[in-house]
Design a protein around this ligand. Structure first.
Ligand SMILES: Nc1nc2c(ncn2[C@@H]2O[C@H](COP(=O)(O)OP(=O)(O)OP(=O)(O)O)[C@@H](O)[C@H]2O)c(=O)[nH]1
Ligand SMILES: [Mg+2]
Length: 429
């Protein structure tokens, strides 16, 4: 058997957070990096007892932090009766072993990636989502199984040991790898049907607009506001894992399909990016990307650069150019003054509040304008007998108006370059 069932411990686990900065000047960054780790803990149901930062030029290869800090950490663990120590940077398997040896016996050491994987495991509800998370968790665990059999088997549950099926990892690498292969096969079948659906949507002629951005930026709230959808939006990281698509009609009647998708975060574990490939295709293959940013976040700059980099990397892996993008600065209702953007960030940006509706009208107009950039507004004429061509036009193009008379119909429509050839005989202006 690959897995053993166990009961997840209930109630909040008490944790101490540890962050290391390589440069004293970046001290403020470490503080804010730990505040993000704190938000991750909050979402995962971990109680944060204390946070410890060390400024160090280079991490100690075996224990990351220096021996003095380690002693301080030991005492904090004892005094606060912590069960968990969470490092903000990824730990090597050997570092975990060393750190656990140096800390009180009951203390487990995990890193940011484990915490993120755990949140994904908790929030995955669909078959595809659960498969994706389990694959990422197993892949993360493979290099960490060697020599850690005892530690893993004594964990018995809690953060970092929860899977979609609340199963415990088997310590045999070969078994885990076999399980990964089997799960990947299942996922491939699901991903193939997602690709088919996306292909069908594209063939249907409607533009694909994808909402992407940092976790908790308000992506799902925006989809709800724009389409009256009723999807889960809450003050929690990674509330959305599975894409939701809804139809939206823009002010000048362009019909688009709007998709909300999984959020990004700084140092998103790469196994998750790989496992969520088919979900993230919604970002790479969109006709238009709405990058939602939380304008009230003091780390807006970092949010923007993490998101830009991820979008760029997704396109590069799939060998496609990044889609046309509008930067949507959300939560402007939370700002006391106006949001001042650097000149290079002002381009293609709209300021909104998905909650109050501020700026939504401008966003819709901007979306339509960007989508129509390569379109040509044409006047077309069809005879009564050409009903099927008119149907085709309605399916493939964005028809603005139609005037019927006894001999046929005259329409105004936005046509893509490829379609102007196809309807050349009907274009009269
Ligand atoms: N004040 C204010 N709060 C907002 C706004 N938009 C979203 N929120 C809040 O921000 C929180 C996160 O919103 P979501 O829509 O779930 O964010 P998301 O980007 O979908 O997040 P994930 O799916 O978790 O990645 C919720 O508590 C929303 O109510 C806004 O314009 N103003
Ligand atoms: Mg969401």
């Amino acid at each position: 058997m690959d897995y053993q069932e166990f009961n997840t411990s209930s109630g909040a686990e008490g944790a101490i957070l540890v962050g290391v900065v390589s440069d004293a000047e970046k001290y403020e960054d470490a503080e804010s990096a730990l505040s993000e780790l704190e938000a991750l803990c909050d979402t995962a149901g971990v109680k944060v007892l204390a946070a410890l930062t060390q400024v160090r030029r280079s991490a100690d290869p075996s224990t990351v932090i220096g021996s003095g800090k380690l002693r301080e950490l030991y005492e904090l663990c004892e005094n606060l009766q912590a069960g968990l120590v969470i490092f903000d940077e990824e730990l090597s398997p050997a570092q975990v072993v060393h750190l656990e040896k140096e800390l009180p016996k009951e203390v487990r050491v995990i890193d940011r990636s484990v915490l993120i994987l755990d949140i994904f495991a908790n929030n995955a509800h669909t078959a595809e989502g659960m498969l994706q998370v389990e694959i990422a968790q197993l892949k993360y665990s493979v290099p960490r199984l060697t020599g850690r059999g005892k530690e893993l088997s004594r964990l018995g549950g809690g953060i970092g040991t929860r899977g979609p099926g609340e199963s415990k990892l088997e310590t045999d690498k070969r078994h885990v790898k076999r399980r990964i292969a089997a799960l990947e096969q299942k996922l491939e079948a699901l991903a193939a049907s997602r690709d088919l659906r996306r292909g069908a949507r594209k063939a249907g002629g409607k533009k694909q607009v994808t909402i992407a951005g940092y976790t908790n930026a308000g992506k799902s709230t925006l989809l709800n506001t724009l389409t009256n959808a009723d999807i889960l939006a809450r003050d929690q990281l990674f509330a959305t894992l599975d894409p939701t698509t809804r139809k939206l009609v823009l002010p000048h009647k362009t019909e688009v399909l709007l998709t909300d998708t999984v959020g990004f975060i700084d140092r998103l574990p790469h196994h998750l990016i790989e496992a969520f490939a088919s979900t993230l295709d919604e970002v790479a293959y969109a006709d238009l990307l709405l990058v939602v940013l939380d304008a009230s976040d003091p780390n807006l700059e970092r949010q923007l650069s993490v998101t830009r980099n991820l979008v760029y990397e997704l396109g590069k892996t799939r060998k496609v150019l990044s889609p046309k993008t509008i930067f949507v600065y959300n939560k402007c209702d939370k700002l006391s003054g106006e949001l001042i953007l650097a000149p290079q960030d002002r381009q293609n940006s709209v300021q909104i509040s998905a909650v109050t509706g501020f700026g939504i009208g401008e966003l819709l107009q901007r979306m339509e304008a960007v989508l129509r950039e390569d379109l040509r507004l044409c006047t077309l004429r069809f005879a009564l007998s050409e009903e099927s061509s008119v149907d085709l036009l309605y399916r493939k193009a964005s028809v603005i108006d139609a005037r019927h008379d006894e001999n046929g119909v005259t329409l105004h429509a936005y046509l893509e370059p490829a379609l102007t050839g196809r309807f050349a005989d009907h274009i009269i202006g």
